[in-house]
Design a protein around this ligand. Structure first.
Ligand code: BES
Ligand code: MN
Ligand code: ZN
Length: 495
């Protein structure tokens, strides 16, 4: 896919399809007005006769005739001009690209980007356009025999811009393309079934990503390595499966060695049956998505490398399956984590925090500036926040605020939950230093409390993405979140 900047008058832009905005009321936007004038009032006529309205997301494809350079125009409803903010702009772009991706046309130029959008300058508008494009044109086809026809045909997308803004637009396009592509890397891994997307498959994915950049290095720790390091918590989760567990370590070096890295840690349970504390059958297939934290790390690494960011980042992914067998860990078993702390496994379905505890201990050897972990950790988070905001828990107000702000700006929002010391009481065990569950109350908080025991005094934040990492029902599929939040954080230099 090629993204380009196009300058010049709308009527002179030579393309297969020119995308033009119309609002629900008020005068036509400048580009649309120019085309309307050149075609003797074609657009006005289509609006007057009711073929297209300015309603958000409505679209109409027509042939404008020889008076303009483009072969077709795609009119797109943008709603009320007064309410044209980032959310509305995203909706509009999604509708335009969805309509476009259903045609057989190979190229298009969008003039929507010329419109003012509340909360988004030209560069941000370009970023959103490229990101939405990647998102709208991703198709899951890997395990379908009959999917080829649905693949979008378009190969080149231009954004109309005034000459003075071309550089800003290019910058935004580059960022949006990288973020969108990173999200699609993550979505594909999430969508793959667990019989394909095993811990070893995540290893191959990490190696594939690392090939794209000389600044990326991958190291894989085997179960034997984990045993040597004393990762008894991680090993207790993988005990019931034949599939070998892996600890994937990716190091991106975009800055001087002396600069402390940002650590990204992602839960990589490639299938979570619950183990001996077996989950009920309904929707258990969705536990193939329990590696979306891992996929987030991989997608971010992909985006970071393709943008060549001048920062250091270390990604750590504990990857395994959680299955029952006669070798599986049993409720009541006590295991010793790499940190030395012992854990009573009261529920084998609270496995994410177990594998993360050893990964969080391990990542400290890189002396990170901050640690951010992403995990589909608790059903309780879906109860609390639904599917719109990720849960955010942190031992640092500064880091928490930076991440909240990043999420808001990237339209990938999170919401902070508290981590008061009092909650720690719920994890008391009679037989170990701590229990892996805290009872019915405050499930998302006690899970984060558990993690906080393993981060030492490092600034750390935990994103519970149980609700945001995938959609259920007819839209079932991975979302690519929270990559936009994390990339915003990394791009704004908070890192
Ligand atoms: N992967 C699940 C959390 C989950 C459940 C995410 C449903 C999305 C949808 C996690 O490993 C888990 O099973 N958590 C338990 C914890 C409980 C046993 C304390 C949960 O949330 O029920
Ligand atoms: Mn579980
Ligand atoms: Zn899980």
């Amino acid at each position: 896919m090629r993204f380009d900047v196009k300058t010049g008058a709308a009527t002179k832009l030579k393309t297969v399809c020119l995308i033009l905005p119309i609002y629900s009321s008020g005068p036509l936007p400048a580009a649309t007005r120019a085309v309307d004038a050149a075609t003797g009032g074609l657009v006005t006529d289509l609006i007057d006769c009711g073929d297209i309205s300015g309603k958000v997301g409505s679209t109409l494809l027509v042939r404008p005739g020889k008076s303009v350079a483009s072969e077709r125009i795609l009119l797109v409803g943008c709603g009320e001009k007064a309410g044209f903010d980032r959310k509305q702009y995203r909706k509009v772009m999604r509708a335009a690209f969805t309509a476009l991706s259903k045609t057989k046309h190979k190229s298009a130029i969008s003039c929507i980007h010329l419109e003012a959008v509340k909360g988004a300058d030209v560069s941000r508008r370009a970023r959103i356009a490229a990101e939405v494009w990647q998102h709208a044109t991703y198709r899951y086809t890997t395990t379908k025999a009959s999917a080829a026809e649905t693949a979008p045909k378009i190969k080149s997308l231009g954004l109309a811009a005034t000459a003075g803004k071309a550089a800003d637009v290019r910058k935004g396009l580059k960022q949006g393309r990288a973020i969108g592509a990173g999200m699609n890397v993550s979505r594909e891994l999430g969508n793959l079934p667990a019989n394909i997307c095993t811990p070893s498959h995540l290893v191959s994915a990490a190696r594939g990503i690392a090939k794209s950049s000389p600044d990326l290095r991958v190291e894989i720790l085997s179960e034997a390595n984990m045993e040597k390091l004393g990762m008894g918590a991680l090993l207790s989760v993988t005990a019931g499966t034949q599939e070998p567990a892996k600890l994937i370590v990716m190091q991106y070096s975009g800055a001087a060695k002396s600069k402390a890295p940002v650590a990204l840690v992602g839960k990589g349970v490639t299938f979570d049956s619950g183990g001996i504390s077996l989950k009920p059958g309904a929707a258990m297939d969705e536990m193939k998505f329990d590696m979306c934290g891992a996929a987030t790390v991989l997608g971010c690494m992909h985006a970071i490398a393709s943008l060549g960011l001048k920062i250091n980042v270390v990604g750590v992914i504990p990857a395994c399956e959680n299955l029952p067998s006669s070798n599986a860990t049993k409720p009541g078993d006590v295991v010793t984590s790499m940190s030395g702390k012992t854990i009573e496994v009261l529920n084998t379905d609270a496995e994410g925090r177990l594998i993360l505890s050893d990964a969080l201990t391990y990542v400290q050897k890189f002396k990170p500036r901050v640690i951010i972990d992403m995990a589909t950790l608790t059903g309780a988070c879906i109860v609390a926040l639904g599917k719109h905001r990720s849960g955010l828990l942190s031992n640092s107000d500064k880091l928490a605020n930076a991440l909240l702000k990043a999420g808001d700006h990237a339209d990938d929002p999170a919401w902070r939950l508290p981590l008061d010391a009092e909650y720690r009481e719920l994890l008391k065990s009679n037989f170990a230093d701590l229990a892996n569950i805290g009872g019915r109350e405050a499930g998302t908080i006690t899970a984060a409390c558990f993690l906080s025991e393993f981060v030492g005094d490092c600034d750390w934040a935990h994103l519970d993405i149980a609700g945001t990492a995938w959609w259920s029902g007819s839209r079932k599929g991975s979302t690519g979140r929270p990559i936009p939040l994390l990339m915003e954080y990394l791009l704004t230099g908070s890192a």
